[in-house]
Design a binder for this molecule. Structure first.
Ligand SMILES: Cc1cc2nc3c(=O)[nH]c(=O)nc-3n(C[C@H](O)[C@H](O)[C@H](O)COP(=O)(O)O)c2cc1C
Length: 356
């Protein structure tokens, strides 16, 4: 089954894209502990990637056992999206997602991300550029050679392909999707979704809040359900997102609101068990073991990167443990694997842990 039919014919519970979180190390660990039905990369700048930004290729590392995997782009220049699409197609992703929901000033303040909700004409141009890129790459031999990449970028691209162990004979048209919010200042999702559905994208994921809300208030699932109805018979799959804390809860949302899938974001940080079929309380010992694995995988995948960025994730691993406060004090001081090994997690088991 190709990825397009997979989206259409299955109820999906996937890992939401998170910048600085859903990197190759986290996704590898996730695939090992409890596999999500689909995963996304962190978002990557279309302008940066199309200009040959070597560093961005780290965000595009993935392993075959993480599939299906969608790469996410943000930006505002259709030509950059076109070129980036050729690169992502060449890297063998299953789909390309366009970020039209990021509220951060660095992104939406420059006309990308959620700002595109108020610029539907540009949003349409970007979707069409990505669609054209997927089709051209599929139909034309060696298109990657014709988009003017520097030699260094081409070398990096080959290294990523090698890492991902691509099947050279497999060529698929990537799915095109959009991840967005309910509106910018107000809820305008019906008008906005009409534009997106007309573009015949394969998938539309809606985080049930406006840009102005950021993360305040609750996810508005009723508004997401309106889009499910609008998209009926259109061929566009509609997924919901926001505040979901387990696979079981995601399944309930699918049943209740008719969405084709749900993405889980923050609750997956320091909690790869979130995608397990049955919710359970995870022992302190098991959490420590997985934290160690996370550290080891990170060091293997990114040998030149500092491990400081793992601290915030490690803090999340303690959520719900009785002596989380004490553990956190020690975790913020972790410099090496030895430091992590020294921390006595078992004390929790002696005290008994609480639900996450
Ligand atoms: C640290 C962090 C980074 C994020 N980065 C991205 C991103 O790169 N692309 C994106 O579409 N959404 C991003 N998001 C939003 C999440 O994918 C998701 O839409 C949002 O957190 C709501 O879902 P949740 O309540 O399950 O976390 C990010 C969220 C967080 C907390």
């Amino acid at each position: 089954m190709n990825f397009k039919s997979y989206i259409k014919n299955n109820k999906i519970v996937g890992l939401s894209p998170m910048d600085g979180v859903t990197d190759e190390a986290m996704r590898l660990l996730q695939a090992k502990v409890a596999k999500a039905d689909v995963v996304f990369t962190e978002f990557v700048s279309a302008e940066g990637l199309s200009n040959g930004g070597i560093k961005l290729f780290q965000k595009l590392l993935y392993s075959p056992n993480e599939r299906p995997i969608i790469a996410q782009l943000f930006g505002k220049n259709p030509d950059s999206f076109y070129k980036s699409t050729i690169i992502l197609s060449e890297l063998g992703f299953d789909g390309i997602d366009i970020n039209m929901g990021c509220p951060s000033k660095k992104v939406s303040g420059h006309g990308s991300g959620a700002a595109l909700i108020d610029n539907p004409q540009l949003a349409i141009e970007i979707i069409r550029a990505v669609r054209a890129g997927t089709m051209d790459w599929y139909q034309q031999e060696n298109l990657i050679e014709k988009i003017g990449l520097k030699n260094k970028t081409k070398q990096q691209l080959d290294e990523n392909k090698k890492y991902s162990n691509l099947d050279k004979n497999k060529k698929d048209i990537l799915t095109v999707s959009v991840k967005t919010r309910l509106g910018t200042k107000e809820i305008t999702i019906e008008k906005w979704a009409e534009v997106l559905i007309k573009e015949e994208i394969d998938l539309l994921t809606i985080h049930g809040r406006t840009l102005r809300q950021g993360y305040a208030g609750l996810t508005n699932w009723e508004e997401i359900a309106k889009v499910v109805k609008m998209a009926k018979n259109s061929g566009v799959a509609v997924w919901g997102n926001g505040d979901v804390f387990s696979r079981q809860e995601a399944v309930l949302k699918i049943e209740r609101y008719g969405v084709g899938g749900v993405l889980i974001g923050r609750k997956a940080i320091g909690n790869p068990w979130v995608f397990e079929e049955k919710e359970r309380s995870v022992s302190a010992e098991e959490r420590k073991k997985i934290m160690l694995e996370h550290l080891e995988i990170f060091q293997k995948v990114f040998p030149n990167r500092k491990t400081d960025c793992l601290r915030s994730k490690f803090l999340a691993y303690t959520k719900g443990l009785r002596n989380a406060k004490q553990l956190r004090k020690q975790i913020v001081r972790i410099e090496t694997k030895k430091d992590l090994l020294k921390i006595d997690f078992e004390i929790n088991d002696r005290m008994g842990n609480v639900d996450r």
